[in-house]
Write a protein that binds this ligand. Structure first.
Ligand code: ADP
Length: 490
């Protein structure tokens, strides 16, 4: 809006008409005082200011305006009866746009000047708006940066307080932070601890982990600077994701050497103990068999004969247990070898069912069969596969004491056979299902009630893995469990 200030009503009238004819919005003031009041209250793009006015004249108005921050940039066109010197006009109003026109006013020149000043005003407004937006943007970014710095600082403090070695890296895998513990294993912030010569190099582990883009975990031995020893650590690397991309990586090395030593000692003990137990047990078994034969010759069906038979049975269980323990130590040492040959699966199933029926005194238990007969030849270690199936059956009997049947499912697919043992017993809670194949794992809820060591399924899993098959379990607590395995034809 343009403000016209003149004490002559007819001047105001003609100027107003002229500007309005060109679509300018116009306001008017009849004196310097009124002009000052209006300028402070309203927003104007330009003032057309008569110099000679009673009271406050045009120059005084201009001088006053130059003192206010709101108006010091406001352009002014002075209307003067005489050709006033420019330096006099600009006095006290150096920073704003300023011009003058002599009376009588030439309408074309006035319009030209008003248009120019008005455009200038609009550009200034737009510039100011942009400046404000930019300032706001800078403020927001500064705040976000500060928040980010605070978060990073918090994370670093947390990592510093950990008992583990901890580090952070950017999305390219460059280390950006390490805690104090790091320096027990590396002399330099940017160099990973050195791994044992028999383990994979840390750089390789790191590259693979970050190329995978997923959380990563592995056990690795790293060199302690002071002792030169290589204790076992559990390395965990976690990606910190943002907007579907990885922003950072956080990693920790947790000291697990004591656990590893304890585990090693336990395995050694199991291996020695089971070996040492095996020899005397074999002689006990031989003597019991001898006794049984002697007794059966003399007193068939006597009480002594029945005791000998029970002793024989118990020795059988002990033998089984020791065989399992020996298998465990073979697995640990990579010595559980399979003797693979073609075999008849139907025959194997028949043997297992017979063995299970003979050793089980639960007279009403039926083994039912569902699915197709296994007529195709399989290549594998027949004794080990039998061990798996017997284990599934033994568990199906043990963990279903009330049930009177077990169903054996068989199926043949394009490239593999499927065998499953279904019982109607206590079942396994769903969150524990995946763990039952773990070493020494027993479901807590039933562990007290049913005897066992928790190694049978672990050995089964290892045997099936060595045959490149798959295994698993389906179960509903209170209704029953199905353990299965598959074997490829070749
Ligand atoms: P064990 O039976 O000697 O404890 P296993 O390795 O054979 O060892 O089994 C591991 C655990 O899995 C068992 O302790 C038991 O908790 C659970 N389990 C195995 N088979 C069954 C089954 N048929 N029904 C319910 N639980 C089972």
């Amino acid at each position: 809006m343009v403000l016209i200030v003149d004490d002559q009503a007819e001047n105001i009238f003609s100027l107003k008409k002229l500007l309005e004819s060109q679509d300018f919005e116009v306001d008017t003031a009849a004196s310097g005082e009124e002009a000052l009041k209006k300028v402070l209250k309203n927003e104007y793009a330009l003032i057309i200011l008569d110099v000679q006015m009673p009271g406050i004249d045009g120059f005084e108005v201009a001088e006053t305006l130059s003192g206010y921050s709101k108006t010091k940039e406001l352009p002014i066109i002075f209307l003067s009866a005489v050709n006033t010197e420019k330096k006099f006009i600009t006095k006290g109003y150096a920073s704003g746009g300023i011009d003058y026109i002599t009376k009588p006013v030439d309408p074309d020149i006035l319009l030209l000047k008003v248009t120019t000043f008005h455009r200038l005003y609009e550009q200034t407004l737009a510039l100011n708006e942009t400046k404000k937006v930019l300032e706001r943007e800078i403020e927001i970014r500064k705040k976000a940066q500060q928040e980010l710095n605070d978060k990073v600082e918090d994370l670093n403090t947390t990592l510093e307080s950990l008992p583990q070695i901890a580090f952070r890296a950017d999305s390219n895998g460059r280390i950006t932070f390490v805690n104090k513990k790091w320096f027990q294993y590396s002399n330099c912030t940017s160099i990973f601890p050195q791994t044992h010569p028999d383990d994979v190099e840390m750089e390789k582990i790191w590259r693979n982990a970050i190329n995978g883009g997923e959380p990563f975990e592995c056990e690795v031995r790293i060199k302690e600077c002071a002792s030169g020893l290589y204790p076992y650590h559990l390395l965990r690397i976690i990606p910190m994701k943002k907007d579907a991309g990885i922003k950072n990586w956080v990693g920790t090395f947790t000291y697990i050497d004591d656990q590893k030593q304890a585990e090693r000692k336990k395995d050694e003990f199991l291996s020695i103990a089971s070996h040492e137990l095996k020899t005397p047990l074999t002689s006990i078994k031989a003597y019991i068999q001898l006794l049984a034969r002697l007794e059966s010759k003399k007193n068939e069906g006597s009480v002594v004969a029945s005791y000998i038979s029970r002793a024989h049975e118990q020795v059988g269980k002990l033998e089984h247990l020791i065989a399992d323990l020996l298998d465990i130590s073979k697995i640990e040492n990579g010595k559980l070898k399979m003797n693979k040959k073609p075999f008849d699966m139907e025959q194997l199933i028949a043997n297992v069912v017979e063995t299970v029926s003979n050793t089980n005194h639960h007279s009403t238990l039926r083994v039912e069969r569902a699915g197709v007969p296994m007529l195709k030849e399989i290549v594998g270690d027949v004794i080990r596969i039998e061990q798996v199936l017997i284990n599934f059956f033994t568990n199906a009997i043990k963990y279903a004491p009330e049930a009177d049947r077990i169903v054996l499912h068989t199926a043949i697919n394009n490239d593999h056979v499927y065998i499953a043992v279904q019982d109607f017993g206590i079942g396994i809670p769903s969150h524990k299902k995946d763990q039952v194949f773990g070493k020494f794992y027993r479901v807590e809820e039933s562990a007290m009630e049913y005897q066992g060591l928790g190694i049978g399924l672990y050995i089964c899993a290892e045997i099936i893995k060595q045959h490149y098959g798959t295994y698993g379990v389906e179960s509903t607590p209170g209704e029953g469990t199905t353990f299965y395995f598959t074997l490829p034809f070749s």
